[in-house]
Design a protein around this ligand. Sequence first.
Ligand code: NAD
Length: 435
Amino acid sequence: MRISVIGCGYLGAVHAASMAKLGHDVVAVDVDPGKIERLAAGEAPFFEPGLPEILTEALASGRIRFTTDMAEVAGARVHFVAVGTPQGPSGAADLTYVDAAVASLTEHLSPGEFVVGKSTVPVGTAARLAEDVSRAVPGATLVWNPEFLREGFAVQDTIAPDRLVYGVPSGPEGEAAVAALDEVYAVALAEDTPRLVVDLATAELVKVSANAFLATKISFINAMAEIAEVVGADVTALADAIGHDARIGRKFLNAGLGFGGGCLPKDIRAFQARATELGVGESLAFLADIDAINLRRRAHVVDLAAQALGGDVRGKRVAVLGLAFKPNSDDVRDSPSLDIAARLLEQGAEVAAYDPEAIPTARRVHPELDYVDSAEAALTGADLVLVLTEWNEFRALDAATVAGLVASPVVIDGRNCLDRDAWRAAGFAYHGMGR
Ligand code: NAD
């Protein structure tokens, strides 16, 4: 099928390359000429495992084309909209990019084609845009197909998603949209991937409620960590024990620095803002607490660092291991790790920061930090070690070797990802999260 993808960021670039991998003929558009140039040269503009391989394969097959010219989408049957919906100044989602992308796409649409929203938007956006599209191009239909991919697993999640959600209007238009999307996702559907056909508002809500639930799960266990820290209990053992209850489940119950990235934080704020606009703000008032618990974790680690250094971080050398908001990604949007590194620097610490992939992205946001090119360089002479993103490289560190590098054997394990006993055995004062 001929497909277009508008927006080539973390979502769109992976979606476009994956669609080509599935055999579709794809034209991918972005307003950023630098990004398009790199993608067209087969270079992924960000770190995502598996993306370079499928991108190279797609370009070699001739099934993908990258352009800044929206006119080139003409003739595609399905147009995916994957542009950003960042947090605006009030906390609500900034829909400027989605509105602009749909408006410019509409100029090149023909009857019988489908505009398929993938961006995460406030409930009600799709209905508004659907009206704009069908008014401008009668016979063209806008539907919403929210995306659930996880950065770090984005290719696999796009090619083999755990579910597909189609938000479509009722009637023949909606049926035609379902048939078109079934063709797009034929490979996943042949593997019995659950597919839920719902109305536009439900589709938009599925996405934001999924993120609100995940954020709640993380902040719940971090609240338990706060309690555990006071009473000397172990939140990891607690999570294991409650996680055995199938109604609760163990996943997403890892206490640590909390969530970050380009989705969860902004999505829960936008969801609250939208509920308030709709007059049901009270229903989501709890999300303000979820956000507050999450942000307290960062402050807690900064305090813990000061305590571990005798009350003041000034002039102390701190090794920061991990800057990305999660491992297997170079994304530092709202990253707790990078935030903590910057706060420690601000308080006068000498921060030596290392991340296997996220140094270039981190440098753009915080050029003032001292970035080093290996964990060893960061650790050498450190008065305190902070492990802030749970990359396998850090999990695999040999505590005895690290003990030989640092000036003082003190470690804060911000993700509870180290072998506590091994680090203690190597002579470290070990501080975990809620344990
Ligand atoms: P991003 O900022 O990485 O990418 C957005 C891209 O859209 C940029 O490359 C930008 O240049 C481009 N763009 C902006 N306006 C455009 C226009 N008018 N025409 C063409 N391109 C345009 O953002 P992202 O992380 O890819 O997220 C995109 C959307 O997907 C957001 O709504 C996000 O919430 C949602 N989402 C993201 C993820 C994720 O893991 N990143 C997962 C699910 C959903």
